[in-house]
Design a protein around this ligand. Structure first.
Ligand code: 1GP
Length: 231
């Protein structure tokens, strides 16, 4: 399946390390979302990723893997997103893991299926920030500089503002989107209602809804009902 992320306004992010009933998965996959992103910060393995892929593949919804570690690279997804944590203080999360993976698989990869994501992690209490040693104390100008670096210097197709577990500063998200020329701005973090989904969808190009799926499925399903016009 050819997946065009430029068409994405809304995606659900499913964590292979968390339980989700078949009924809940059915509702998520049939919700009308533009895609399912599979990924997580901890506990993601080859086995739990294969399991989740097989379950999602019963549906037509595009299914994309956000690769978080080399062991969990599972073939068969529509697309593979590779996070590069722009504000990590540990090179492992910027080029280190990528280098190790390319040493192993570099010659056999299908580059048409692989996209880089320039992550900017802003919630200091999130697992993602802790795991990647992200420097989250950033001013607006710092965020803009990272976004431009990803968009213009490295030509990454996605800039991802990540507040995982916390609803972020939408003014900052909106301003960041305005600085981008070719990259798409993904926003994720704390979207737990249709109101927040609408606000975030106005500020970003694509919104990512994660945690609320596991605590309040009905509210998660509501977030799909955003306005789908515009870029
Ligand atoms: C997490 O950006 C996603 O990687 C979504 O965030 O889990 O807070 O919805 P939430």
């Amino acid at each position: 399946m050819i997946v065009d992320i430029r068409q994405w306004k809304h995606v659900f992010k499913l964590d292979p390390d968390r339980e989700l009933s078949d009924q809940a998965l059915d509702q998520i996959c049939m919700s009308g979302t533009d895609g399912i992103l599979v990924g997580g910060s901890t506990g993601v393995t080859f086995d739990n990723t294969v399991d989740l892929l097989a379950r999602i593949r019963q549906y037509e919804v595009p299914c994309v893997l956000e690769v978080s570690n080399q062991e969990a690279i599972v073939p068969g997804f529509d697309l593979f997103l590779i996070p590069v944590v722009m504000n990590s203080s540990d090179p492992k999360w910027i080029v280190g893991q990528h280098h190790a993976a390319l040493k192993e698989y570099g010659a056999i990869l299908n580059w048409d299926e692989i996209l880089a994501e320039g992550y900017i992690i802003l919630n200091e209490d999130s697992t993602a920030a802790r795991v990647t040693s992200a420097n989250t104390h950033l001013e607006s100008k710092d965020v803009t500089a990272y976004a431009r670096m990803a968009d213009k210097l490295f030509r990454m197709p996605i800039v991802y503002i990540e507040y995982s577990g916390q609803y972020g500063n939408m003014e900052l998200v909106r301003r960041t989107k305005e600085t981008l020329e070719q990259a798409r701005l993904f926003y994720g973090g704390g979207i737990d209602s249709l109101d927040k989904a609408r606000e975030a969808a106005l500020a970003a190009d694509t919104i990512v809804v994660g945690n609320i799926i596991y605590s309040d499925l009905e509210s998660a399903l509501q977030t799909v009902n955003i306005d789908r016009t515009g870029r």
